[in-house]
Design a protein around this ligand. Structure first.
Ligand code: AMP
Length: 318
């Protein structure tokens, strides 16, 4: 499908000398892939422009890309683009407001249409897929380097669970195939994203052993700070275990609740069918229909989420 906003975005990019690209907090491979993939593409296309990546450190995803040093002065008269971020409170580095113009590029439900140009495509598997599609539709005006292709491919791999999740479409596969024509090793990225440290492997064992599964197929596991310390695992590393409960045949909907140093719980919520992002929204969160996040202040709120999941699971045809 021809996307007219690509041209509008490119026209705006052409007008600015400095372009600062942000993404969401607690970045995942798609956040970094779309942000850094777009940055690399713009650097190759417009070598005379300053293209900067803003946001907190990327932790163990440094093999994808590192962030740039961005000063307050850099934002003066700059164009700011935010990728993969549905709402402004989740944008990493609040200085995104200091730029001259703002563009949102995302694939989450458009709950907060912020910015001067809003490009949201909820049918895309990932924001990286949108950036790659942007390139493919504007090939005469854009250049894609091998490094940009590697980053965008990593973002697609990350958000589709290596083409496993239902968000994977024929368009996703076409775009991935185009990216694979570039000079990088796709299998190396899949392995990097699939490999875990021994301590995370041990935590995986804990999750599989201790997951509570209700008769309707709701899975629940709480990872307290004490437990995380015992395994020596950080909050970021729980990304590796989020999809694990879904590999059990009678688990339909699940939540992994990770206690934070401040005392509240980060809720990592997933589903094989029932739509869960409305539940997430009621608990200070949001996300995709089948992959959402929320925040629960205590065990009571966790149980409210589980109760809501029970209703969804019971209504779901067996
Ligand atoms: P996660 O479990 O952190 O991988 O998040 C799954 C999905 O939900 C991602 O697409 C996130 O962007 C989204 N998400 C996570 N936490 C929140 C939140 N607090 N508010 C809105 N969306 C969220």
């Amino acid at each position: 499908m021809i996307e007219p906003r690509y041209e509008q975005i490119l026209d705006m990019i052409q007008k600015y000398q400095t372009i600062i690209i942000h993404r969401h907090m607690r970045p995942d491979p798609d956040a970094i892939g779309s942000q850094a993939g777009l940055a690399e593409m713009l650097k190759t296309t417009f070598p005379e422009k300053r293209i900067l990546k803003a946001g907190e450190s990327v932790g163990d995803l440094g093999f994808l890309a590192e962030m740039d040093e961005v000063t307050d002065a850099d934002f003066e008269g700059a164009l700011v683009i935010v990728t993969d971020t549905a709402n402004t409170p989740r944008i990493s580095d609040k200085r995104y407001e200091l730029g001259d113009k703002l563009i949102k590029i995302d694939h989450h439900p458009n709950d907060e249409p912020y910015g001067d140009i809003v490009l949201v495509n909820i049918d895309a598997s990932s924001c990286s897929e949108i950036i790659a599609d942007f390139y493919l539709q504007q090939k005469e005006r854009l250049k894609l380097s091998d490094e940009a292709a590697r980053l965008l491919y990593a973002g697609i791999i990350g958000d589709t669970g290596r083409f496993l999740y239902p968000a994977t479409t024929s368009q996703t596969m076409r775009i991935a195939a185009e990216l694979m024509e570039y000079d990088f090793i796709p299998n190396e990225i899949s392995n990097q994203l699939n490999t875990m440290s021994r301590k995370v492997a041990h935590l995986s064992g804990y999750v599989l052993q201790n997951l509570e599964i209700s008769s309707s197929g709701v899975g629940k596991v709480v990872l307290t700070s004490a437990l995380m310390n015992q395994f020596g695992v950080t909050d970021t590393e729980t990304a590796k275990i989020v999809s694990l409960p879904g590999t059990i045949d009678d688990v339909l909907v699940w939540g992994i609740f990770v206690e934070q140093p401040e005392g509240y719980f980060r809720c990592r919520l997933r589903s094989k069918g029932p739509i869960i992002n409305e539940v997430a929204k009621q608990h200070n969160g949001g996300g995709h229909p089948l992959a959402s996040g929320a925040n629960a202040k205590d065990m009571e709120e966790i149980n409210e989420i589980i109760t809501a999941f029970e209703s969804l699971a019971e209504e779901w045809p067996k």
